[in-house]
Design a protein around this ligand. Sequence first.
Ligand code: NAD
Length: 328
Amino acid sequence: MTPPVIVTGAAGFIGMHVAERLLQRGESVIGVDDFNPYYDPMLKAARAVRLDAYPGFRMVRLDIAQASDFQQLVRECGAVRVAHLAAQAGVRYSIENPFAYERSNLAGHLSVMEACRHQPGFEHLVYASSSSVYGDRPESGAGFCEDDAAAEPVSLYAATKRACELMSFSYAKLYGIPQTGLRFFTVYGPWGRPDMAYFSFTQKILAGEPIEVFGQGQMARDFTYIDDIVDGVIGALDRPPERGDNRILNIGDSAPVGLMDMIAVLERALGQSAEKVFRPMQPGDVTRTYADISRLKALSGYQPKISLEVGLPWFVDWYREFYGPASA
Ligand SMILES: NC(=O)c1ccc[n+]([C@@H]2O[C@H](COP(=O)([O-])OP(=O)(O)OC[C@H]3O[C@@H](n4cnc5c(N)ncnc54)[C@H](O)[C@@H]3O)[C@@H](O)[C@H]2O)c1
């Protein structure tokens, strides 16, 4: 029997979707999550309930930074593939609570790599990095490429994600573990993260409250629909690099959308217009993101299919269904 795939952060947004796709194709999956209260734990619990409907799924409630417990889990279940998506996410929260990033992102990533290196026959560790590692590049008209310098992170969150890539590089060289670091570009969609702008704007617009538009509305993001992200994650997971390689790949839509355009799409989907309060850019934020996705395309045929005009209304449909008529 094929050993299970471990998905860390399985009660999280991307983790749940990746775990579900693996289950749908008949894999067994062990999800790991500590269900921390960074955002509404009820949403995390509901995602776990969704995964529990699959007989091939088991959730283990565990802090990945507990190295010996995580290592024991990997040993006992015999996993040789790990999709490591658990992290303390969010740029702005890293100003409020920096130590959460030290624990989940640095100690957590080290713990996951240690478990993989001690696992006989280990095949592939795929882990989440972020477009934020590129720093603030307002002038650049072209897509960000994996070979571009990523040496000037403007938030602690970005610095920890870059640190994970470098730690992985050393573990690939030292112990041969084949690894892929995926630099995600602004992922959105059903079951998304309440701390992200499109989600909190939806809550506020429906409640008739004003929305705060940072960067005076001048920011742009390479919004990437969750199903496209899952295609890319699974495509990479199925194609491990050579032993000793730590491959870094962008995973985005490669079509940046301005913040004001995103708000306009959201207003149309909600059938309501937003009262906007314009604010300066917040510390740690970057002006724009734009993924060059040619490497992932060449590797797996990755091709994002869902534009924001299509995907954001699907998020709104999910939101209305999940939060019920009171949200409408
Ligand atoms: N969503 C995006 O736009 C985006 C963009 C760039 C990078 N990423 C990265 O992708 C990954 C998944 O992001 P997401 O949007 O699904 O975030 P998420 O917060 O919804 O999911 C992360 C999950 O990890 C869990 N977790 C955190 N610390 C843990 C720990 N110490 N032990 C066990 N579980 C822990 C959380 O409880 C959460 O359920 C993260 O690594 C994030 O940094 C996401």
